[in-house]
Design a protein around this ligand. Structure first.
Ligand SMILES: O=C(O)Cc1cc(O)ccc1O
Ligand SMILES: [Fe+2]
Length: 441
C-alpha cells in the first residue's frame, strides 16, 4: 500500500501558480470549450460549480471552480452524526483563555489503525466557525491510510507534515506533501489521505476565515518571500469506483457520515481557482536585515488570511527557514516581546533559534502557545549565548519552524489543557535570567 502510494507520488504532474485560473482534464475533450454548463456536458459528465466565495465578491477575491464529474455531488443519501473524536471547533468554550506561556511535547503514538481523520486532535482556536471567522490548531498522528473520504465545510485546511509523507487524493487530483512542504485543501473539497511512510505526524491550521493568499510585498518589490509559481495544483485524476464509499463531512463543528454508492473523487476535468495546492517551504525566499536589528517575523509570512481591517490578519502562516544572520551590533535571535497577536508555533525539523532543542525543550512535533500579550522571547541559554556571541556572518541552518499568528487569543480544548504531554515547567526557561543592571555613578 505504502509502496504504491510512493510510486504514485513520485510521478505526479502539477499546474504551477498561486490563485490561477487553472484548467485540467484527465480525458481529452472532457472540459467544455467556451462555456461552463453546456446543455449536455462532454462525455456524459455532470457539470457542477463549487463556490469558495460569495458569487458577488470582488474579482480579486472571487473563488470558484467548475467540476465535470461522473455523478453530481447531489447524488448522495442523508448524512448522520458520528463521533467527533479528537476534533473540536470554534467557538471554544471548554476552558477559559489562559495567559500563561504553554508548550507541548509531540503527540504520543497513535493507536494502531488510526487514519488521518481519526488522528486529528484539536489544541484550540478562536473565532466562530459558523461566522466563518477565526481558526483552529489541530495536530495529527496516523499510522493508516484513509479509506473514507473527508471534506470540511467549516474552513480550509493548511496541513504541515512533520513526520511522514502524505498522498492527498482530492477531487481535483493528487498531491504529495512531505515534511518541509505544506498542503492546502480548500473549504468543501473532498479528499483522502494516504500515508507514504509507516506513520505520519504534523500540524493543521483550520482557517474559518478568508482563504489564505500571498501577502502584499510593498517596498520589497515584485518578487520574494513565497513566489507564486512555486505553488503547485494537481492535474485532474479521477476514481471510477462503484460500491460503498464512506464520506465524512465536517459541518459547523460536527462530523457527519454518509455511505455513497460511488467514489465522490470522480472529477474527470475541472477549471477554476478554488483548488488545492502544495508548496515546498524550502523554496521560500527569506528576506531580512542586512544592516542591524532583528526584523519582525511578518517578513517571513508565507500566506495570510486577511480580516476586514487592513494589515490585521485573521491568521498568518509564517516560516522560519534557513537563512544568514549578519546584523551588526545586534541581538540576533528573536527579541523579548509581548504581542497583541497570539502566536502558536511548531517545529518541523532541527531547532529554533530562540529555544533549546533538547528533551523537554522545543522539539520537532512539539508546539508552543504565546497568547495575546504574554511575555516571551529567547530562553536563558539563548540569551546568554547570543549576548556574548562574536558577530560573524552566521547561517541558521538546521531548522524549520513555523507560526500561526492570529488576531485573537486561542482558547484551549480540555484535552490540550489536561494533556500529559503539556510541559509543566515551561516558565523555567526564563526564570534564570539574571539581573545585569549596573547604574552609572
Ligand atoms: O516568539 C517567537 O519566537 C516568534 C517571533 C520570532 C521573531 O523572529 C520575532 C518575533 C516573534 O514573535
Ligand atoms: Fe513571539
Amino acid at each position: 500500500m505504502t509502496e504504491d502510494a510512493r510510486k504514485t507520488a513520485g510521478e505526479l504532474d502539477h499546474l504551477s501558480g498561486f490563485g490561477n485560473e487553472h484548467s485540467s482534464e484527465a480525458v481529452p475533450g472532457a472540459l467544455p470549450v467556451g462555456r461552463n454548463s453546456p446543455q449536455r456536458a462532454p462525455l456524459g459528465l455532470y457539470a457542477e460549480q463549487l463556490s469558495g466565495s460569495a458569487f458577488t465578491e470582488p474579482r480579486a477575491s472571487n473563488r470558484r471552480s467548475w467540476l465535470y464529474r461522473i455523478r453530481p455531488s447531489a447524488a448522495h443519501p442523508a448524512f448522520t452524526r458520528v463521533d467527533n473524536g479528537g476534533l473540536r471547533t470554534a467557538p471554544f468554550t471548554e476552558t477559559v483563555p489562559d495567559p500563561n506561556r504553554l508548550r507541548w511535547d509531540p503527540l504520543p503514538e497513535p493507536p494502531a489503525g488510526t487514519d488521518f481523520l481519526a488522528g486529528l486532535w484539536t489544541l484550540g482556536g478562536n473565532g466562530d466557525a459558523m461566522r466563518r471567522t477565526g481558526m483552529a490548531v489541530h495536530l495529527y498522528h496516523a499510522d493508516a491510510s484513509m479509506e473514507r473520504v473527508f471534506s470540511d465545510a467549516d474552513g480550509e485546511l493548511l496541513i504541515v507534515p512533520e513526520r511522514g509523507g502524505l498522498l492527498l487524493r482530492t477531487e481535483f487530483g493528487l498531491l504529495a506533501a512531505e515534511p518541509g512542504h505544506v498542503a492546502l485543501v480548500p473549504r468543501g473539497v473532498r479528499f483522502r489521505v494516504e500515508l507514504l511512510d509507516d506513520s505520519a505526524r504534523g500540524y493543521v491550521c483550520e482557517n474559518y476565515g478568508a482563504p489564505f493568499r500571498l501577502p502584499d510585498l510593498g517596498p520589497i518589490g515584485a518578487n520574494g518571500l513565497a513566489n507564486a509559481r512555486d505553488f503547485l495544483a494537481p492535474v485532474a485524476a479521477y476514481e471510477d469506483v462503484e460500491g460503498p464509499v464512506e464520506v465524512v463531512n465536517k459541518f459547523c463543528g460536527n462530523l457527519w457520515r454518509a455511505e455513497y454508492g460511488h467514489s465522490p473523487l470522480d472529477v474527470v476535468a475541472w477549471h477554476g481557482n478554488h483548488v488545492p495546492y502544495v508548496y515546498d517551504l524550502r523554496r521560500f525566499n527569506v528576506l531580512g536585515s542586512i544592516s542591524y536589528d532583528h526584523p519582525d517575523p511578518s517578513v517571513f509570512t508565507v500566506l495570510t488570511s486577511p480580516s476586514d481591517t487592513p494589515g490585521l490578519a485573521g491568521v498568518d502562516f509564517v516560516v522560519f527557514a534557513p537563512r544568514w544572520l549578519v546584523g551588526e551590533d545586534t541581538f540576533r535571535p528573536p527579541y523579548f516581546h509581548r504581542n497583541v497577536m497570539s502566536e502558536y508555533m511548531g517545529l518541523v525539523e532541527g531547532a529554533y533559534d530562540a529555544k533549546e532543542a533538547g528533551e523537554g525543550g522545543f522539539v520537532p512535533g512539539g508546539s508552543s502557545l504565546h497568547n495575546m500579550m504574554s511575555a516571551h522571547g529567547p530562553d536563558r541559554e539563548t540569551f546568554d549565548r547570543a549576548s556574548a556571541a562574536e558577530l560573524r556572518p552566521q547561517k541558521v541552518e538546521d531548522g524549520l519552524a513555523f507560526m500561526f499568528e492570529t488576531r485573537w487569543p486561542l482558547t484551549l480544548t480540555r484535552q490540550a489543557a489536561e494533556a500529559r504531554h503539556l510541559q509543566q515547567r515551561y516558565d523555567d526557561v526564563w526564570s534564570g535570567l539574571r539581573r545585569h543592571f549596573q547604574p552609572l555613578h
